[in-house]
Design a binder for this molecule. Structure first.
Ligand code: RIB
Ligand code: CA
Length: 310
């Protein structure tokens, strides 16, 4: 099998945890690194959580690097209310048996991508885009060298989830998102328009709980936590599971419909900071260098999660 080389940049985070269980179980990937960024919880916790999840999945072969502890310009802001104070819902933290690999996540991204053939390394980014933006600042040639950069972030028709007009990953570091989108990277953005279609219903969670594996139990536990929290805070019975979407697309592109577009990010306004302006009309100028996920096959995504967590 010709495996896809992949770097996952994340801020675990309950839905990041589901995405990691999916990726750790997918033999189609050569996982070059998991890089942690400050986001849902501070980077000390997101890096520890990535190490915990790696151990649960039995993937000690995948190096974990700690990355940026704050956005490029903005103050750090978390989302602990949706992920729990430690970031992994009801999962009790433990000290993982393997440390982070020496070195910064930004250097790990640059070194791994630049050492491999053009277009051969993809990224799945599912937290604030700070690490990737810093990597592009360090090595601008990274943009042309990278393969597809599948990002969970943004909102268009769905409105925002952290503010009325912005989704958390883009809102948390709008400058990083703007720099990545302007860099020439082949960005595929999985915003709330698609991820709100991918919901952890009772049946889908029960299917995972019936598998009886550590990966499936962990993914189900994260969804149960989200089910309780989103019922309390938002009134939703079936919480959206955002972060597996970019990973699922890399495995099964047919699970999503994409549209070519040009995406710009508001970086200055306090009212609309992090808003993603998704333009589909070529006549508006600037070309259509990005892709935006307009729909998701939720049954297919959950079947894939169950397949890889079995
Ligand atoms: O808006 C959803 C995104 O913000 C997800 O990546 C979730 O983990 C949080 O980081
Ligand atoms: Ca995340």
């Amino acid at each position: 099998m010709n495996r896809q080389s992949l770097i996952i940049d994340c801020d675990p985070g309950v839905d990041d945890a589901v995405a990691l269980m999916l990726a750790f179980g997918a033999g189609e990937f050569e996982l070059l690194a998991v890089t942690a960024v400050g986001g849902n919880v501070p980077v000390e916790k997101t890096a520890r959580n990535a190490r915990m999840l790696r151990q649960i999945a039995g993937r000690g072969d995948v190096p974990v690097f700690a990355g940026a502890d704050r956005p490029l310009r903005r103050e750090p802001a978390g989302a602990g209310e949706f992920h729990g104070a430690e970031g992994l819902g009801d999962l009790t933290p433990f000290e993982p048996d393997a440390p982070c690999t020496e070195g910064h996540a930004v250097d790990a991204i640059v070194e791994r991508v630049m050492a491999r053939p053009e277009g051969s390394v993809a990224m799945a980014v599912m937290g604030p885009l700070t690490n990737l933006a810093l990597a592009l600042r360090r090595e601008p040639a990274l943009a042309a060298r990278l393969g597809p950069v599948a990002v969970m972030g943004g909102a268009r028709s769905e409105g925002g989830n952290i503010t009325a007009s912005a989704e958390f990953n883009i809102w948390a570091d709008p400058d990083a998102a703007a720099e990545v989108l302007a860099s020439g990277c082949d960005v595929v953005l999985f915003g709330l328009d698609a991820t709100h279609q991918v919901r952890a219903t009772e049946g889908r969670i029960a299917t995972l709980e019936g598998l009886g594996t550590a990966k499936a139990d962990t993914a189900a536990s994260m969804m149960r936590f989200s089910q309780r929290i989103e019922r309390e805070i938002v009134g939703w019975d079936a919480p959206p599971v955002h972060d597996p979407c970019p990973v699922a697309w890399l495995l099964r592109p047919g699970l999503f419909e994409l549209a070519s577009c040009r995406i710009q990010v508001e970086t200055e306004s306090e009212l609309t900071r992090g808003h993603t302006a998704v333009e589909f009309r070529e006549e508006m100028g600037g070309g259509l260098p990005h892709r935006w996920a307009t729909s998701a096959d939720a049954d297919g995504v959950f079947a894939l999660i169950a397949e890889k967590c079995a």
